[in-house]
Write a protein that binds this ligand. Structure first.
Ligand code: ZN
Length: 243
């Protein structure tokens, strides 16, 4: 991607902020607006936003074809996302190398389930005090992050978390309810890289936390596609020996 900007599309369901008081108070520009604002501090990113109620959910083919990294926030309307958009996303990740970041409740989103291949089910509970532990400081997504981040109030997501074995478990979440959670982990699917990150409940203010912002900035750069040496991964051409 040298010299080229990473094209990021931030997708948000955008229902809570319009319909519920606390979410609107926390994120007056929508969660997508908040994420856009801090990602804009990176001058190598070209950012657009998309929301569920736009035509084609804001992600018609031409938008996805021109997206290097898709960030996804959804919660109460996962099933409103049409299956053809999910399949297009899955194909873009597997065969086009598009990166995918699943924020918070996107563990239950159709695209995340289609990409990782499991239900994404987990245990959940009321908001409580969360500490994020940095389990893999050598990973690029953990760059600049201390050994733990005291997040304050966040919705409790706990184990068991029905995901396939992650490639890397970067962050572990602890809650004062006693639960723990694999809250920051990566997967590779086809040519694409995927990052799931737990914080981001609509009533809380985690997207204003500077370490959460840094982790998501790191995540965008890490899941961005490499400049692949091959361009037609769906083809299976006959080839002659190379030596
Ligand atoms: Zn939530």
């Amino acid at each position: 991607m040298a010299g080229k900007k990473i094209r990021v599309t931030i997708w948000n369901e955008y229902r809570h902020e319009k319909e519920e008081e606390p979410s609107g108070e926390s994120y007056p520009e929508g969660i997508h607006g908040c994420i856009r604002n801090f990602l804009s501090e990176c001058d190598d990113l070209e950012i657009r936003t998309a929301t569920l109620d736009e035509p084609d959910c804001g992600i018609p083919d031409e938008v996805l074809d021109n997206t290097d990294v898709l960030m996804w926030w959804g919660h109460v309307a996962h099933n409103k996302v049409p299956d053809d958009r999910v399949e297009y996303i899955r194909n873009r990740v597997y065969n086009g190398g598009m990166g995918f970041i699943a924020c918070h409740s996107a563990h239950h989103s159709k695209p995340f389930r289609a990409l990782v291949g499991t239900t994404g089910n987990l245990s959940w509970g009321d908001n409580c005090h969360e500490i994020i532990w940095n389990l893999k400081p050598s990973h690029p997504i953990a760059a600049g992050i201390p050994d733990h981040v005291d997040l304050g109030l966040e919705e409790m997501y706990g184990e068991p978390f029905y995901i396939p074995q992650p490639d890397d478990l970067i962050f572990g979440c602890w809650y004062d309810s006693g639960h723990i959670f694999r809250g920051g982990c990566t997967f590779t699917r086809g040519l694409g890289k995927i990052f799931y990150f737990q914080p981001g409940h609509e009533e809380c203010r985690s997207f204003y936390n500077p370490y959460v912002q840094q982790i998501l900035k790191n995540g965008v750069h890490w899941v961005a596609p490499n400049d692949f040496g091959y361009k037609n991964p769906c083809e299976a051409p006959y080839v002659k020996p190379v030596v």
